[in-house]
Design a protein around this ligand. Structure first.
Ligand SMILES: [Zn+2]
Length: 266
């Protein structure tokens, strides 16, 4: 089983630290959209899609606005569809997509894989099909669902993963995926764990944006100051209680779990 880390978007948003930890309130940082491509015996699986071809080539007003706001380079070569093809795989072989959440920069590629089964937490599907707040109406884009995805909504309970309540593992060929609920950033935000030959990769989506927020070894300090941290965590609903939980997990099981988030440069 092979796993590929894909960068499906390069971004230069204000306030987000650069990889070396430097940055400032009025400085452009650097970020990416981190997706996984998993080759299984039963086709390909993606974890998050990033932007889709339509987003880069003919963005809706909302998508274009958000891309400019975050300083995204509009480069269709960064889409998961083109990335998959460049790896020598057929995008039509993408049979499963696991989503941390349905926000526009994570699910924009769904129309490029219209036949894939889309796995997500049940509350997330409910939120994107029936958005309630201004933020939900903005960030869940109708154009990303207009093709009628084959939803597979999961109730994230009944299983256990390192002590976390989660959905029972989903097996695709020899690959194993575990969806762990971390609601907050969205109603049904989840982390997606993928079993590898030497432990687990944990895709944390938008649970955090800056790795020291959850790293047990490095004391947490946001380089842009408390104000920026407050804007990011409050504005984007990233609950700090999850960081403490993740830090505990990585302290106790750091040799078995490798965590990363969507937007920090890998
Ligand atoms: Zn995001």
């Amino acid at each position: 089983m092979r796993i590929h880390h894909l960068n499906c978007g390069t971004m230069r948003p204000y306030g987000i630290p650069r990889k070396d930890g430097t940055g400032g309130f009025f400085a452009r940082g650097e970020g990416m959209i981190h997706c996984l491509l998993v080759e299984t015996g039963e086709g390909l699986a993606l974890v998050d899609t990033g932007w889709g071809l339509g987003d880069y080539l003919e963005p809706s007003f909302a998508v274009g606005f958000f891309m400019d706001f975050c300083g995204f380079a509009r480069d269709p070569e960064k889409t998961a569809a083109r990335r998959v093809a460049r790896l020598g795989c057929d995008p039509a072989d993408v049979k499963h997509i696991f989503l941390t959440h349905m926000h526009l920069d994570h699910a924009g590629g769904l129309p490029d894989f219209p036949k894939a089964i889309v796995h997500l937490a049940a509350p997330e599907l409910k939120a994107c099909l029936d958005p309630q707040t201004i933020m939900e109406r903005f960030a869940y884009r109708p154009e990303h669902q207009a093709h009628g995805p084959q939803w597979q909504a999961h109730t994230l309970s009944g299983g256990r993963w390192f002590g976390f309540e989660c959905a029972p593992p989903i097996r695709i060929g020899e690959a194993e995926f575990v969806m762990i609920p971390f609601a907050g950033h969205t109603r049904g935000h989840a982390a997606v764990a993928v079993r590898t030959d030497d432990g687990w990769l944990l895709h944390c989506g938008d649970l955090y944006v800056y790795p020291p927020q959850v790293e047990p070894a490095r004391p947490y300090k946001y380089p842009n100051g408390a104000l920026m941290e407050a804007i990011i965590t409050t504005g984007f609903h990233m609950p700090r209680r999850h960081w403490a939980t993740l830090r505990d997990l990585l302290r106790d099981h750091g040799d078995e779990v490798r965590a990363f988030c969507s937007h920090a440069v890998w």
